[in-house]
Ligand binder design. Structure first.
Ligand code: HEC
Length: 161
């Protein structure tokens, strides 16, 4: 989107300077590009679209109960030591070290649209092309499957209400 905007603006300005005079059409193009393209890209930037996740992941269910105290304690520990620095301790991106990056807000609405197996896949694989790293078995952090499920149980319990 940003690229499209830069392209429009650059071609508009080039046309204006090439002719050595203020070309109204070129200026109009630049203005339209700004007024139309920028808000669209801002809107798209805020939308955290779901990724395509293999169906065998979507079918997975959390083997741990969200009412098991030891599960939630472990999940909370993992969340606060690993995830909170980017997602914020309240899951809303506030206080994130990723200042300026529009973080998803973990709340009831957001989490209700994401299956356990979907979140599992995201945490295990990370989101390539974004700062979200992979944490599953074999990654640098090498969390066990059980730990990934426990952090998901905690996120749902704490932010999904
Ligand atoms: C280094 C920063 C960073 C850390 C640490 C981090 N995340 Fe993320 N996470 C991100 C970013 C950035 C996004 C949004 C990517 C996008 O959609 O542009 C994200 C997105 C997500 C999403 C939403 C994915 C979607 O498609 O809707 C979930 C769920 C998530 N992270 C869970 C976690 C969990 C759980 C942890 C801890 C184990 C964690 N993240 C740690 C940066 C981080």
């Amino acid at each position: 989107m940003l690229f499209l905007y830069m392209f429009f603006t650059a071609s508009g300005l080039n046309a204006a300077t090439n002719r050595g005079s203020m070309d109204l059409r070129a200026i109009k193009t630049a203005i339209i590009a700004f007024v139309v393209v920028v808000p669209i890209s801002v809107l798209l930037g805020k939308e955290h679209t779901k990724r395509k996740v293999p169906s065998e992941y979507l079918a997975k269910k959390n083997p741990f109960s969200g009412s098991d105290k030891s599960v939630l304690e472990r999940g909370e520990r993992l969340f606060s030591t690993i995830c909170a620095r980017c997602h914020g301790k309240n899951g809303d991106g506030v206080g994130s070290r990723l200042e300026g990056y529009t973080m998803p807000i973990f709340n009831k609405e957001f989490l209700s649209k994401r299956e356990d197996g979907y979140i599992y896949w995201v945490v295990e694989h990370g989101l390539s092309g974004t700062p979200m790293p992979p944490y599953g078995p074999g990654s640098d952090r090498n969390l066990s499957e059980a730990d990934v499920w426990k952090v998901i149980a905690f996120v749902r319990k704490r932010f999904g209400k």
